[in-house]
Write a new protein. Structure first.
Length: 410
């Protein structure tokens, strides 16, 4: 038996389930009869990507596979492991393969591997030298190279429910071998419910806060849980109301041209553990929605900030996001582009697939020319860009989506 206070390994790591039967949640992919469960039980695994929010069980599922597979299991962190380490792993994998032994390569936070690193891995996944298991909180369609992604099966893990988090907390409190059972702490239903709600579906967060709270004494109250949250990290629920409240505050501060408030809300998000790429994506949206045609350089700034976050990560990229957020706040604003696009979408939904006017259609074949495709089209340069012709379908001709639209000379 163990004493929870004398163990250096974090509670969240100690409480990881070691079998698929003890793995809570994700029944859609590992429930009885599901494809992934069968693959694990038969040790016949494809290369795959686990995509899901923090604390949903991606790494735990990889560790369960490590326990149950007969393959060599190698773990990489995308933050610390690079191409040089990959080459050594591939050399060992090729030797093991000749001896009839497979190698599973688990890459945590695979979205942090750049193009060169992913390209270096690709041929070895193609040849089957390694079976890849990647874990990511980011949409793999955007963050994993298409060629690599096409050779992997993507499994989507959902945020854990409150009931599952409560069960995980109770297991940790009662377990005398790996958990806090020997401490004989008292934590009532209300405190457990508070912890589950504030953890926001993140099992790791729940166990980290529970472990911190256990250091304060044997009687853990809801108030102690709340204090432990604030002491262990700034309260910022990445999937809950406060998450949306703060991103809303950042957005509205930039829209209201208040750079000081924008900096504050940006700092709140980053210090609370928000993914910088999420913030960067919101800035890119803002650049077109709220700045738009008033300053077309805003989109360049936002995209550059996104790339900067990719290149250097946290905490260094905080200042790049700050630069972009302050730039957005100080820009002239215009929502004409956003409003115009919304109106155009409304027409598309209302009128459906309106036909392209014949004079605007390409006519690469004689038949198309005979049908009148392209007939009567006025080539703009020949008319000094002052030609008069309709560019919209007849049903919505003369429709205006933007204010003060002007023809631009090419």
């Amino acid at each position: 038996m163990t004493d929870g206070r004398n163990i250096t390994t974090p509670l969240a790591d100690r409480m990881r389930p070691e079998t698929i039967d003890n793995f809570l949640g994700q029944d859609e992919i590992v429930g009885k009869g599901k494809i992934l469960r069968k693959a694990i039980e038969t040790d016949n695994l494809p290369s795959m990507i686990f995509w899901g929010p923090p604390g949903s069980g991606k790494t735990t599922l990889a560790f369960i596979i490590a326990k149950q597979t007969k393959s060599e299991f190698v773990r990489f962190s995308a933050v610390t492991s690079g191409v040089a380490e990959l080459r050594k792993t591939i050399e060992r994998a090729e030797m093991d393969r000749r001896l009839g032994r497979r190698t599973i390569l688990f890459i945590d936070e695979i979205h942090r591997w750049n193009k060169a690193q992913q390209d270096a891995l690709l041929p070895h996944v193609e040849r089957g030298t390694v079976i890849l298991i990647g874990a990511t909180t980011e949409n793999p369609s955007f963050e994993v190279r298409g060629a690599l992604l096409s050779r992997c099966r993507v499994f989507v893990l959902k945020q854990l429910g409150k009931r599952e988090i409560i069960k995980i907390i109770k297991n940790a409190v009662s377990d005398k071998n790996k958990g806090l059972g020997n401490l004989k702490i008292k934590i009532g239903p209300k405190a457990i419910e508070t912890l589950a709600e504030m953890s926001n579906g993140d099992a790791r967060t729940a166990l980290n806060v529970l472990e911190y709270a256990s250091l304060t004494g044997k009687n853990i109250t809801p108030e102690i849980i709340k204090e432990s949250f604030q002491k262990s990290h700034l309260l910022y629920d990445k999937g809950g109301d406060e998450h949306y409240n703060i991103i809303s505050a950042l957005h509205k501060s930039m829209r209201g041209s208040n750079p000081n408030a924008a900096l504050y809300w940006l700092a709140r998000m980053l210090e609370g553990g928000e993914d910088p790429l999420y913030i960067a994506r919101r800035l890119i949206r803002f650049a077109s929605e709220d700045v738009g045609l008033a300053n077309s350089r805003a989109l360049e700034q936002a995209v550059a900030a996104y790339h900067a976050c990719h290149f250097i990560g946290m905490p260094e990229c905080g200042v790049n996001l700050a630069q972009a957020a302050v730039y957005m706040a100080k820009c002239e604003k215009s929502n004409d582009l956003y409003a115009g696009y919304e109106k155009a979408m409304e027409d598309v939904r209302e009128f459906g697939n309106l036909p392209v006017p014949p004079h605007l259609r390409n006519a690469p074949t004689k038949l198309m020319k005979d049908l009148g495709y392209g007939k009567g089209y006025k080539y703009s340069p020949d008319h000094n860009y002052k030609e008069k012709q309709e560019y919209l379908p007849d049903k919505i001709k003369n429709q205006k989506y933007l204010k003060n639209t002007k023809k631009k000379k090419g």
